[in-house]
Design a protein. Structure first.
Length: 467
C-alpha cells in the first residue's frame, strides 16, 4: 500500500473538507510505502484504491478568517432582506469590490467597462470635461492641478483646492470615479464647483463650463536671446518625442546651442511613465533614471538612460510646485540626482506609487497600486515629493522705478559717454522692450532665468580662464 503526499493550497473550507475525507479512509495497521507528491487526480485515485492519504494543510494564520467571512455573509444577507429597496446580488458584490480597493489607497479602484475608455482618453490627450487632475483627501476631492488652457484653469480653479460639492451634490463619502463621472458631461453645460481654499474663510463657488479637452503636452518658446523655455503640461504617449522636437526647434530659432533651458513642470499631474523616462533620457548622458519596488516580480522595474545628452551639458533649471506629481516628480528627481539640473520652486505633490491594470475578464479590471517609485539615489517620492534645490514661492511682481533721480550725465560739463556719442537710447528703451516678457509676469520664472544667466556667465568666464 502506498502513502500519497499532497500539499493543498485551497481555501480553508475546502482544506477542512479534504481533511475530513482523509480521516474517513485512514485505518490502523495500513502500511506506509514511498512518499511522493500527488496531483488532485492521484489523490482521488489513492482514495479509491484504499491507500492512506496524508495532507499538508496551509498555515491557518495565512487563510481567510472564518469569523470575518461569517460577518461579511451576515451583512450581505441583512442588506438583501431589510434594505429599503431591493438590491441585486451583482450590485452588492460589485460595491464590495469597490470598497476593498478604495480602502487601500486613493489610487486603487475597480474599472467597469466605461473606465477603460477614460484610461485611453487620459493618455491620448483628448476628452470631455472640466480639465482638472484630482485625487481624494479626507473624503473630499482635492485638485492636484488644473490642466493648461482648459475651462477649469480659466475659471480660476487652483492646485490644492478641496471640492466639497459638485453642483448640488456633496462629495463627502463619494468615490473618486463617481466624482469624475459627475464632472464630465456634454460640452457647453455648466457645473458649479463649491471649493474650500486655504486663503478663503468661506467656501467659494466657481462655475465651470464643460468643453472637449484637448491637451497639448509640450509647449516651447525662446524666452530671451539664448534662453529656451519648455513647458510640459502632462505626460502623454508621444511627449518624449515631442520634447526632443521642441529642443531641436529652439536650437534652430537660436541659430545654435542654447545658453540655458527652463523646463517648467509646475502643475504637471504626471501621466505615462515611459514618456517621463524618454524625456529624462534626452537630458541625461547615462545611468539609472528610476526604478520601482513591489511584492511581485513584474512590479520591479529599472529604467536607464542611453548614452548621449541632447543638450550637451547646457545649464537647465526645472520649475516644480505642489501640482507637480507622479511622472513629473520622476523626471525632476532623476535630473536632481544626476546633478543635471537645478530644481527650483516649491515641494512637489508626492505621488510615488505605481498602478497596474489587472484584467478580470473581457470587460472588467482592477487598477491597483503594486509598487513604489524610487529616484536613482534610492529616494522614495511617496508622500514626501521632490524638495527643490532652491525654494522660490510664487509672488506678485511690481516694477518700481529704480532709475536714479540724478546721474553723472546730468552734471554740467561732464565728459561725453560712449552712448551719447552714438546716440544710443538702449538704456531708456530696454524696460519697454521687456514689458511683455513672460518672466515679468511670473516671479518663479524670472528667478529661473536669472539663475541661468548667472550660470552662463560663470561658465563663460571659467572657459576663458582655462584658455
Amino acid at each position: 500500500m502506498k502513502r500519497v503526499l499532497i500539499t493543498h493550497k485551497a481555501s480553508l473550507l475546502r482544506s477542512a473538507f479534504l481533511a475530513m475525507a482523509a480521516c474517513f479512509i485512514t485505518a490502523p495497521g495500513l502500511a506506509f510505502a514511498q512518499d511522493a507528491p500527488a496531483t488532485n487526480s492521484q489523490l482521488l485515485d489513492g482514495i479509491k484504491a484504499g491507500n492512506q492519504v496524508e495532507l499538508t494543510l496551509p498555515d491557518p494564520e495565512k487563510q481567510l478568517p472564518l469569523d470575518d467571512l461569517r460577518k461579511f455573509t451576515e451583512v450581505f444577507s441583512r442588506i438583501k432582506a431589510a434594505y429599503v429597496e431591493e438590491v441585486e446580488d451583482t450590485q452588492l458584490l460589485e460595491s464590495a469590490i469597490k470598497g476593498m480597493l478604495s480602502e487601500l489607497d486613493p489610487h486603487s479602484t475597480y474599472l467597469a467597462p466605461k473606465d477603460y475608455e477614460k484610461l485611453e482618453e487620459s493618455t491620448s490627450g483628448e476628452f470631455g470635461g472640466l480639465g482638472i487632475e484630482v485625487g481624494m483627501e479626507n473624503g473630499f476631492i482635492k485638485v492636484i492641478a488644473p490642466i493648461d488652457d482648459t475651462p477649469a484653469q480659466k475659471a480660476g480653479v487652483l492646485p490644492g483646492d478641496l471640492i466639497i460639492k459638485l453642483g448640488e451634490q456633496p462629495v463627502k463619502g463619494m468615490g473618486l470615479e463617481e466624482a469624475v463621472q459627475l464632472m464630465r458631461g456634454k460640452p457647453g453645460t455648466t457645473l458649479t464647483l463649491t471649493i474650500m481654499r486655504e486663503s478663503e474663510s468661506a467656501p467659494v463657488e466657481i462655475d465651470v463650463e464643460r468643453a472637449v479637452i484637448k491637451v497639448t503636452s509640450v509647449k516651447s518658446r525662446m524666452i530671451e536671446n539664448g534662453y529656451g523655455y519648455i513647458r510640459l503640461t502632462q505626460f502623454q504617449a508621444e511627449t518624449g518625442e515631442q520634447f526632443t522636437n521642441a529642443l531641436e526647434t529652439l536650437r534652430e530659432e537660436n541659430s545654435g546651442n542654447l545658453d540655458g533651458l527652463i523646463l517648467d513642470l509646475r502643475n504637471n499631474p504626471g501621466g505615462v511613465l515611459q514618456a517621463a523616462v524618454a524625456t529624462a533620457d534626452a537630458l541625461i548622458d547615462e545611468g539609472l533614471i528610476v526604478y520601482t519596488e513591489g511584492r511581485i516580480q513584474s512590479s520591479r522595474l529599472r529604467f536607464s538612460a542611453k548614452e548621449g545628452d541632447l543638450m550637451e551639458g547646457t545649464p537647465i533649471v526645472v520649475l516644480i510646485n505642489g501640482g507637480s506629481a507622479s511622472a513629473s516628480e520622476i523626471l525632476a528627481g532623476a535630473l536632481q540626482d544626476h546633478q543635471r539640473a537645478v530644481i527650483m520652486g516649491t515641494q512637489s505633490f508626492g505621488k510615488g506609487s505605481v498602478q497596474t491594470v489587472i484584467p478580470l475578464d473581457e470587460t472588467h479590471a482592477i487598477k491597483m497600486t503594486t509598487a513604489r517609485y524610487y529616484t536613482p539615489e534610492g529616494r522614495s517620492i511617496q508622500a514626501t515629493g521632490i524638495k527643490p534645490d532652491i525654494e522660490v514661492k510664487p509672488a506678485e511682481l511690481k516694477e518700481l522705478d529704480g532709475r536714479p533721480f540724478f546721474t553723472e550725465a546730468d552734471l554740467s560739463g561732464h565728459l561725453v559717454g560712449q552712448d551719447e556719442e552714438s546716440g544710443s537710447q538702449d538704456r531708456q528703451s530696454a524696460p519697454e522692450e521687456q514689458a511683455g516678457s513672460m518672466a515679468d509676469r511670473d516671479y518663479q520664472l524670472r528667478s529661473a532665468l536669472n539663475l541661468l544667466k548667472g550660470m552662463h556667465i560663470l561658465n563663460r568666464k571659467g572657459a576663458g580662464a582655462a584658455q
